[in-house]
Design a protein. Structure first.
Length: 230
């Protein structure tokens, strides 16, 4: 079987499907570009804003490479918007469980950086990944999340969570704040009352529900740091 090599990219030249997967999406920034498109299409400028460490040239190159291997496509939205957007193909969207499991595995890293910034998409995908059905036992709720101004409707019922873009007509509670402030509440042990007093978070509705929401995403125990052994 021949291996297509769009753009004369370097290849592992290995018949293993895992090696081919790395040929497809393993270039630096590739998986993060895919992460940022996992919740819907984005314009080039939106991608740049959510990946501040990437240069325009590298982003352009990654988008071209991922389109060449059918992971994403770009299209023009109809008037009155008439903007060019990038979106994952149906096959590209199949990467979500893989990205989530990589995130779950890496969350055990003894070298996981503390307080590093998170994009809106990375935070939402982390909620989908780390949600604990046990911690949510008996809970049924509809919450409105506003993450850095982006609305997400969040439904918790029967030990499952669904988070999608959009508004909730009558939410039980609303959490509004910068994505990193909400990440601090959920993962960083930040006190809700203190965050509200500092105007980092705005909460309306059932405050007790918001406090419980923050406990539904327990992080796994870190793996042993063998680098410190001896």
């Amino acid at each position: 079987m021949s291996l297509k090599n769009p753009g004369n990219k370097r290849t592992y030249d290995d018949g293993c499907a895992m090696a081919h997967a790395l040929d497809l999406v393993g270039e630096r920034w590739g998986l993060l570009v895919i992460r940022e498109l996992m919740l819907g299409p984005k314009r080039f400028t939106d991608l740049r804003a959510s990946l501040p460490g990437i240069s325009p040239n590298v982003l352009t190159q990654r988008l071209e490479e991922l389109e060449a291997v059918s992971v994403l496509r770009h299209r023009k939205l109809p008037p009155p918007i008439a903007a060019q957007v990038y979106e994952l193909t149906a096959w590209g969207l199949e990467l979500e469980p893989i990205i989530r499991e990589i995130g779950r595995w890496a969350a055990r890293s003894p070298h996981m950086p503390d307080n590093a910034p998170m994009s809106v998409n990375s935070l939402v995908l982390s909620f989908r990944t780390m949600f604990s059905a046990e911690a949510a036992r008996g809970l049924k709720a509809n919450l409105q999340l506003r993450l850095s101004g982006e609305p997400f409707r969040t439904t918790i019922a029967d030990g499952r969570i669904e988070i999608e873009r959009g508004d909730v007509a009558q939410p039980d509670a609303t959490i509004d704040g910068d994505a990193n402030a909400i990440a601090g509440l959920v993962y960083g042990g930040v006190d809700l009352g203190k965050a509200m007093r500092a105007s980092e978070l705005k909460v309306t509705g059932d405050t007790a529900l918001v406090k419980r929401f923050a406990t539904l995403f327990p992080l796994p125990e870190p793996a042993p740091d063998v680098g410190k052994a001896g």
